[in-house]
Write a new protein. Sequence first.
Length: 388
Amino acid sequence: MILRVVEDKKCFGCGACVVACPSNSLEMGIDEWGFLSPRLVGQCTQCELCEKVCPALYPSREDAKSYQVFAAFSLTPALRLWCSSGGVFTSLALEFMTQGGRVIGVAFGEDFRRVHHVMAEKIQDIFRFSGSKYIQSDPTSVLRSVQGLSEKFLFVGTPCQVAGVRRLIECGVLRGDFTLIDFFCHGVPSYVLWDSYLNLLQKRVGRILHIEQRFKITDWHRFQCRVFGSRGVYCRGFEEDPFGFLYLQNYLLRESCYTCPYRGYHSFADLRLGDFWGELFSHDRLGTSLVVAFTSRGRDCIIGSKDVFLQSMPRETVLTSQAVAIQKPADTEKVFALLRRQGDIGQLLKQCFLYKVWRGKLKKIALRMLRKPMFRMPYKVLKKLLRG
């Protein structure tokens, strides 16, 4: 039964087993560590369909090496600025929906405590899917609702969620004509971290009205987290933000994320999207996307778009622009236990990360000063002297 995958900490929390269960004996819930996991709520019939659709048990794809790489961005500047990277997904989703297809994406709940996959009912709903949401969504409800439908769908999710949907299609659970999009995923953090972070924000700005985790109005490379509340606005660089700091340091991620088989160019999707980091677009301020087309369907989708600029790129840029592995911090269990016990992310940072936080702040101040004209010339002269 699929629960042995959960017990071995190999579960991705994708929900494929819950969607596939013919007796509805499984449901998704948040476990004691704050991660989405399947749990048994009915009588198991031992059909083993849950194991057949599990991407943790079927992690590879034979044709994963036949891919094409592009640099891309939306030709609509306002749309490009609104989105986290180059606005490619939003452009594709808008075109897909206007052509009669149905789009399934991720949106925050009303109180921002949870995120869910939902179906766009009108064009405006597409903009709910825009922007990064660094927490795992539950796709089971919407996927169950489309099980018997044969329409065209555009589905976006984490690589493991897309792998689960692909397995559902291959096993005949989903009948629709799906175009699958995933993204370069750093990992999914615990809801224990997310809830503690929201509690901190509510103390500062009151009831949360809107969250942007990738606010880039000043610069794509130095994006900020911006939160509107009933009593004010919170705005801080993502690396300095408590949630962003722990996330980028690889703390409090799902155990299976540290050994994820879907990094780099390994995917069950038709398209993979992400930021095109690196020197080539270091002067770009609006944002450029890295696009990997794994299938002919994916290539046709991106090349056929009328609102996306494309530039073909060498395949090795996938490995130089995006991280292909993350390291699990040695003290992550200690940090996790402390946060679960105290429930205070601010206190956690003071106890465990005070040195790292101030080192990062001082580094940013120094770099900001060196960009000013009065410091630039002495800095260049010093570099030449050091090289000589």
